[in-house]
Design a protein around this ligand. Sequence first.
Ligand SMILES: Cc1ncc(C[n+]2csc(CCOP(=O)(O)OP(=O)(O)O)c2C)c(N)n1
Ligand SMILES: [Mg+2]
Length: 201
Amino acid sequence: MPEDGIVCLDNGMYKIWFARNYRTHIANTLLLDNALATMGAGLPSAMMASMLYPARRVLAVCGDGGFMMNSQEMETAVRLGLNLVVLILEDGAYGMIRWKQAADGFPDFGMTFGNPDFVRYAEAYGARGSRVESTDGLAPTLEAAFKAGGVHLVTVSVDYSPKTCGCWSRSCATRRRRRDSRHRRLHADGGKKLQDRRRAV
Ligand SMILES: Cc1ncc(C[n+]2csc(CCOP(=O)(O)OP(=O)(O)O)c2C)c(N)n1
Ligand SMILES: [Mg+2]
């Protein structure tokens, strides 16, 4: 993104990455709602940013769950002739809650779902859609989407498994990073209690 580009986040796991690592140089170029943290806000806030600053690049970053909470606003964005790109991080799950559930030692239950084909979904609204197939493809796909103008949806698969965010698997690869006392208690016996609990469910 250029320095004056505006990134508008929805709410999910990736918000933590942006909050920690995304450097801004101009005020209000990273819109991040950490108060009520409402899912579904990414696309509408990008639409407003694009209306206020039509000459600047605007990128909404959404999880698949959050995007689907307000995705019908694609129609409004197309109808108003806005220029914006929506990047969807697709893990087929409410990733952040799935992670919290695992970090608290609960079974991996009820947090996954299926998605529409987001490229065709975008096209159904008269927008453009692209799927990123490799890490190297991300930047050029975004660049092409901004250059093309209009409403453009870019979807990319994301893997939030233990490598990325911690206690996820039975082996609990990053438990040493966890300060949560409940979590520590569950692992005090090498994970036996946790396994018993999983067996019981
Ligand atoms: C309206 C609303 N419902 C529920 C929540 C609780 N919540 C926070 S993050 C999250 C999951 C987000 O899933 P997704 O958008 O797919 O992002 P991911 O974490 O998978 O990247 C949920 C359910 C919320 N913040 N807002
Ligand atoms: Mg998700």
